[in-house]
Design a protein around this ligand. Structure first.
Ligand SMILES: [Zn+2]
Length: 189
């Protein structure tokens, strides 16, 4: 039986070009597929639990002997950490998903309408959750991802100090802990 390859016409310049285009197309498709898969994975974490920054914070608080409840379903927005005694909750927010006003947030270049709708609905939900909690007498603190991860991160002790002050305090209806962004030329902020 003749080898199938032998029966094919030899590649012409046109074929070669065609193959190159196909290769390019394939590469684009693969990049797109990976991005989508990654995004789907991230998407599942939008309202998800146990994200990396969340685990860092939980570990630190635990080491300090601060106890909390996780994701109480009976509270609006299922806060990541709940401190019933001081009526405080902490959310650990990803800067992209919750549109933090920091350099970690950039609008995606593709599917702009989709992302705008998605992110803006997240923001609306965050605002409404915060209002509901505040109205029910709960104090809310948001710890942004950039405070815990990346070049902008604070020292973990710094973040823990700020959280502990919030947990033990009584005043703040709303409080945020963000990263420290230094200018690119290295000048002091
Ligand atoms: Zn941020």
């Amino acid at each position: 039986m003749a080898d199938q390859a032998d029966m094919r016409a030899p590649p012409t310049a046109c074929h070669v070009q065609d193959n190159r285009n196909r290769f390019k197309e394939l590469n684009h498709k693969m990049a797109d597929v990976l991005t989508k898969r990654q995004r789907r994975l991230n998407m599942s974490r939008v309202r998800g639990r146990d994200t990396q920054p969340e685990l860092i914070l939980r570990g630190g608080l635990h080491r300090r002997g601060i106890r909390y409840r996780l994701h109480r379903k009976d509270l609006p927005g299922r806060p990541d950490l709940v401190f019933p005694a001081s009526k405080g909750v902490i959310f650990v927010h990803g800067c992209f998903w919750h549109r933090h006003n920091c350099p970690k947030f950039n609008w995606p270049k593709t599917r702009q309408e989709f992302w705008r709708a998605k992110i803006e609905s997240n923001q609306k939900r965050d605002k409404s959750v915060r209002e509901k909690l505040n109205n029910a007498g709960w104090r809310v603190q948001v710890v942004w991802e950039c405070a815990l991860l990346g070049a902008s991160r604070r020292s973990i002790e710094d973040v823990l100090d700020l959280c502990e002050a919030f947990i033990k305090g009584e005043d703040d209806a709303f409080n945020e802990v963000a990263g420290i962004w230094r200018p690119p030329d290295g000048a002091p902020p």
